[in-house]
Design a binder for this molecule. Structure first.
Ligand SMILES: *[C@@H]1O[C@H](CO)[C@@H](O)[C@H](O)[C@H]1NC(C)=O
Length: 213
């Protein structure tokens, strides 16, 4: 992947990180997650911290929505999936929405996740109970063969939503909701949707820009 094609989704992902940390769920200072140690980084850990590893290994015994990246996830698929999960969490707070990478991430995205995975609602594939999956979102692809083992979950989904920017691709996912526009990244589509549903400015002030340098 060339650097220019990487930059837009990477910036979007970083701004989503900031939005997540500051705007929607401002954490009190004493509960901030510590940054991963250099030892974690040196080990190339894909599980970012012991706490996160514990959380993501708990089996899920409750109905949930799932947003999927494609296999070998890149930054666009990842950022778009995080944005869609955030949107669904805002719109449907009664049920958790998890992001799942059906078959790993590319080396750059994996390295990013080694440091920052704990900031996102990402669950391991094997922690999802297929029978509990309700809505499924798919970001940056429209075909079953890019969903790896997660394609089987489509069978019983209550709603399938597909977001992609590959205009000339065709879909075999039988979506209930399909948004394909020839923009630079799938993340663009989702960030636009997220911005349209963002809380009004007064709420943002109350929620925690206070104290930001
Ligand atoms: C879908 O539902 C059927 C009937 O309840 C069940 O047999 C099957 O295992 C389910 N498939 C998945 C992937 O959960």
């Amino acid at each position: 992947m060339s650097l220019p094609s990487l930059r837009a989704p990477l910036l979007a992902l970083l701004s989503l990180t900031a939005a997540h940390a500051l705007l929607l769920h401002p954490p009190p200072p004493h509960r901030r997650c510590p940054p991963p140690s250099m030892a974690d980084a040196a080990a190339g850990a894909t599980e970012s911290s012991a706490a996160h590893g514990l959380r993501s290994s708990l089996p899920l015994r409750e109905p949930c929505n799932v947003v999927l990246t494609h296999t070998n996830a890149d930054f666009d698929s990842l950022a778009a999936a995080v944005a869609l999960a955030k949107l669904w969490r805002l719109q449907r707070p009664s049920m958790p929405t998890h992001v799942v990478l059906p078959r790993g991430a590319n080396p750059l995205a994996a390295r990013f996740l080694a440091y920052h995975k704990h900031l996102f609602p990402i669950r391991g594939f094997s922690t999802i109970n297929p029978e509990e999956v309700q809505m499924i979102g798919v970001c940056d692809t429209q075909t079953r063969d890019r969903l790896g083992p997660a394609a089987a979950w489509l069978e019983n989904a209550t709603h399938i939503a597909v977001f992609d920017h590959h205009e000339y691709a065709s879909t075999d996912l039988e979506p209930d909701e399909l948004l394909v526009e020839p923009v630079g990244s799938t993340t663009t589509l989702l960030v636009e949707k997220l911005k349209a549903s963002a809380p009004p400015p007064e709420h943002v002030h109350r929620a925690g820009w206070r104290g930001t340098p």
